[in-house]
Design a protein. Structure first.
Length: 553
């Protein structure tokens, strides 16, 4: 039977004939995403109408699963879906998906296979039809999902697939209809219930801790790949619910408490055990995305005090704090750097991680000191340029000259704060050439000045033996040791030196007048300032040298 004959049978046949034709249609279209052959004579609309008619017939119960599969397959094709779909069909799918709050069916009598197929249909239709997405945001589906979330703990037999597709539906609706976010977050207490879902996934037993509901000594739990995928779907919904909040304003006490509790749960989730490394990285990535939406005042919940009875390896402890969660974020960053990243993809791939790290070092002393230890350890390799190599420092230094300004600024901010906003220290670890853009933007080209933040006074920057030994030969522009070079003017007479200097001045003057270059000098505000003649470059050099020497000291 050909595809066209199957369709003809489904459109015109009896219920007995349709059963066989329906199965053949599903088998032959498992991987089909385009149904152009249904465009003639309104065939797709007529077929969908007939399938939904069968879904309403009690006598066709044995066809319901196949009807839902066929609807799912047909809804992959978004062409004209807004016009051919009857909104009443969505209410019927809501009922089959178990999201009708008026339904009082016993848990034992629920057909979970039908629920999952109906959920898949809803996901396809909501994704491919703006009309359907808008209608589903108001027809009670969101309320139905929340009601089922409340039952997760009581009804242990609810399949994980149903929970996953519940989250996919919430994610699609909140992503496509942003007006639903406040309703789900506040009116339906979605933030509370979804946070509880993550908490239940993370640990088997929790006691109330100092950071809200999160435990001060959580019982670590191993989760499966499927549970991790479920957690990722929950995290995506939470991202949608928190992405629009005004982070520029200080949250009130209640909000801060809620978000701090959430961050503490995310901290515990970062250290759960997952056998598959790729699954672990995917979970960490989604956690980091959500943390970017959190107020900086909550970042202290990313670490917690280590209790005496806990067996946490020393390498994950710092000043008595458990830093395993922060280490997982660094592992994710190292993984991103280990693969080749196209320049155009840097914002999507690196921006969330760098944002979390910048906000962390800006707001929390423990995070700043721990990350400094891992990103900018005492300098030993003084013969390699800062941007050459595979360490976190090397990779971040390479970002200082990327053409993606947002990523460049995040990397520069992170390194500068780790250097306590000290120009001399920044030059030491990155080289003046790499950091020049940051200095120009901040008005620091003329030398260092105290940052706005206050930093601890104890020394974290004691020079290593290797650095002290080669310090005299380190070129601050390239940031590494440079072998002494012979002076090309060593055997020139004074007249020859003057002649070469004037040739250089003339050349620069020509380039300036033709607009090829625009020479600048450093102004009083520490920013580059255009000059009218190259001889102006020598103005202010003594003062700049004094400031630079003071900064080095």
């Amino acid at each position: 039977m050909t595809a066209r004959s199957e369709i003809e049978t489904l459109l015109n046949g009896s219920i007995t004939e349709d059963k066989d034709a329906l199965k053949k249609f599903i088998e032959s279209n498992t991987a089909t995403f385009n149904f152009a052959f249904l465009d003639l004579n309104s065939s797709r609309k007529r077929l969908l109408d007939k399938l939904f008619n069968y879904l309403q017939l009690e006598d066709a119960r044995d066809m319901h699963r196949d009807c839902l599969i066929a609807v799912r397959i047909l809804s992959r094709d978004k062409k004209d879906l807004d016009n051919i779909l009857d909104l009443k069909h969505l209410d019927l799918l809501k009922k089959f998906a178990g999201l009708d709050t008026n339904c009082t069916a016993s848990e034992d009598k629920i057909d979970h296979e039908l629920e999952i197929e109906a959920q898949k249909c809803l996901c396809n239709i909501i994704y491919n039809s703006h009309v359907a997405a808008a209608y589903c945001s108001k027809n009670g589906i969101i309320e139905g999902v929340i009601e089922r979330i409340k039952k997760y703990k009581r009804f242990k037999k609810i399949p994980l697939d149903i929970k996953i597709f519940d989250m996919k539906i919430l994610f699609l609706i909140t992503a496509l209809c942003d007006e639903t976010r406040p309703k789900l977050k506040e009116d339906l207490h979605g933030l509370k219930y979804l946070t509880e879902v993550l908490e239940h996934l993370t640990t088997d037993d929790k006691e109330s801790g100092p950071n809200g509901g999160a435990s001060s000594a959580p019982v670590q739990k191993k989760i499966s790949k499927e549970e991790s995928n479920y957690a990722c779907e929950v995290l995506k919904v939470l991202f949608n619910l928190t992405v629009s909040q005004n982070l520029s304003s200080q949250p009130d006490e209640e909000e801060e408490s809620r978000y701090k509790e959430l961050v503490a749960i995310l901290r515990d989730m970062l250290v759960v055990k997952i056998e598959d490394q790729n699954t672990k990285l995917e979970l960490t990535n989604n956690i980091v995305n959500l943390i970017t939406n959190m107020p900086t005042s909550t970042y202290s919940a990313l670490h917690r005090p280590v209790k005496d009875e806990e067996k946490i390896p020393k390498k994950f402890q710092f000043d008595g704090q458990d830093m395993r969660a922060v280490k997982e974020i660094l592992v994710l960053l190292e993984n991103k750097f280990s693969t080749e990243i196209a320049v155009r993809s840097q914002t999507e791939i690196l921006s969330p991680i760098l944002t979390v790290l910048v906000k962390g070092v800006s707001s929390d002393r423990y995070l700043r000191k721990y990350l400094r230890q891992n990103i900018l350890p005492p300098l030993r390799d003084v013969h390699t340029r800062p941007e050459e190599g595979n360490t976190l420092r090397n990779n971040l230094c390479r970002l200082l000259t990327t053409t993606i300004t947002h990523v460049r600024d995040l990397a520069a901010d992170l390194l500068f704060i780790l250097c306590k906003e000290n120009v001399g220290r920044m030059i030491k670890y990155t080289g003046y050439g790499n950091a020049a853009g940051l200095f120009a933007n901040r008005g620091l080209l003329g030398g260092g000045r105290p940052g706005e933040r206050r930093y601890s006074s104890e020394s974290e920057d004691s020079d290593t033996e290797e650095y002290r030994e080669h310090k005299h030969g380190i070129n601050p522009v390239i940031g590494c040791y440079e072998q002494p070079k012979t002076n090309p003017m060593a055997h020139m007479t004074e007249e020859q030196k003057e002649y070469e200097a004037m040739k250089l001045v003339d050349l620069m003057d020509t380039l300036t007048r033709t607009g090829i270059i625009q020479p600048c000098k450093i102004g009083e505000d520490g920013r580059p300032e255009p000059i009218e003649h190259v001889l102006q470059l020598q103005e202010g050099i003594p003062a700049q040298q004094v400031r630079r020497n003071q900064d080095d000291d």
